[in-house]
Design a protein around this ligand. Structure first.
Ligand code: NDP
Ligand code: 8X3
Length: 257
């Protein structure tokens, strides 16, 4: 098994949901964490909690992944040894709106494309050259079942996650001949702040998404990510699709009354 002890792990979108769950699990496994998100107060709360429970070292970054200059300077200004990132978890992402294509907000589209595609590209572009020069590293992209199946009103969100799938495959191909691993972890329904963000803060509507269902938890997804990055160094898990037992496809969900 590949040990995470003292591995430097950069997690984007660590202030909530799957990213925060990864931070806890990776801290418990002995990794050194670089945690990034826009909400610095939320990151600080998490860091305090982690410091109480683990002896891990943590570097916090207030970062909007949509801002190319900010991403470039954040990565290039990391002091050693933080600059030698071993594992990049491209988790920051969001959906905005659930509307018919011809009625959807173009601003929502821009936000999803800028975050889910361009943000992931910027992080990867600035981190991977260091991995190549060290001939060591692992990039984990958080995709979605929405990248495998498009659902009504999911149009652009599904498009961004289909792009993540293609980008992950392309990165794997282009890194052939190096020791760097590339994985896409593609969950179905996970109860996080995701739906509240999608519905622009409408908590009631968000709650209904998970009504009568036992969804995945952020810890379930973090557990799968941990599995992927701790395989022996010659093993690459290319793609994992996971969903709740109560879900059979993006639209086929078993709801108890
Ligand atoms: P949350 O809303 O709970 O977490 C999203 C995280 O992304 C937050 O930490 C948020 O931090 C961060 N983020 C959003 N925009 C930016 C940005 N511009 N710059 C930096 N960080 C940003 O949702 P999840 O944990 O569910 O989502 C994590 C990933 O999982 C996303 O890529 C999502 O698409 C994917 N996913 C989620 C599923 C689900 O059902 N929940 C299923 C499949 C995939 P902050 O706002 O502080 O910047
Ligand atoms: C999030 C899962 O089904 O809401 O990527 O698109 S879904």
């Amino acid at each position: 098994m590949f040990s995470l002890e003292n591995q430097i792990v950069l997690i984007t979108g660590a202030s909530s949901g799957i990213g925060a769950a990864c931070a806890k699990l990776f801290a418990a496994a002995g990794a050194k964490l670089i945690l990034a998100a826009r909400r610095f107060d939320r990151l600080q709360q998490l860091v305090e909690e982690l410091n109480k429970n683990f002896s891990t070292e943590i570097y916090s970054l207030q970062l909007d992944v949509r801002e190319i200059a900010a991403v470039e300077s954040a990565i290039s200004q990391l002091p050693p040894p933080w600059s030698d990132i071993d594992i990049l978890i491209n988790n920051a992402g969001l959906s905005r709106g659930l509307d018919k294509f011809h009625e959807a907000s173009i601003q929502d589209w821009e936000e999803m494309i800028d975050t889910n595609i361009k943000g992931l590209l910027y992080l990867t572009r600035f981190v991977v050259p260091g991995m190549v020069s060290r001939d060591r590293g692992h990039v984990v992209n958080i995709g979605s079942i929405a990248g495998h199946q498009t659902y009504p009103n999911g149009n652009v969100y599904c498009g961004t996650k289909a792009a993540v799938k293609a980008i992950t495959e392309g990165l794997k191909q282009d890194l052939l001949g190096t020791s760097i691993r590339v994985t896409s972890v593609d969950p179905g329904m996970v109860e996080t702040e995701f739906s509240e963000v999608r519905f622009h803060g409408d908590a009631e509507r968000a709650k209904k998404v998970y009504q009568g269902v036992t969804p995945l938890t952020p810890d379930d997804v973090a557990d799968v990510i941990l599995f992927c990055v701790t395989r022996p160094a010659h093993v690459n898990i290319n793609e994992v699709i996971l969903m709740p037992v109560d879900q059979a496809s993006v639209t086929l969900v078993n709801r108890k009354q």
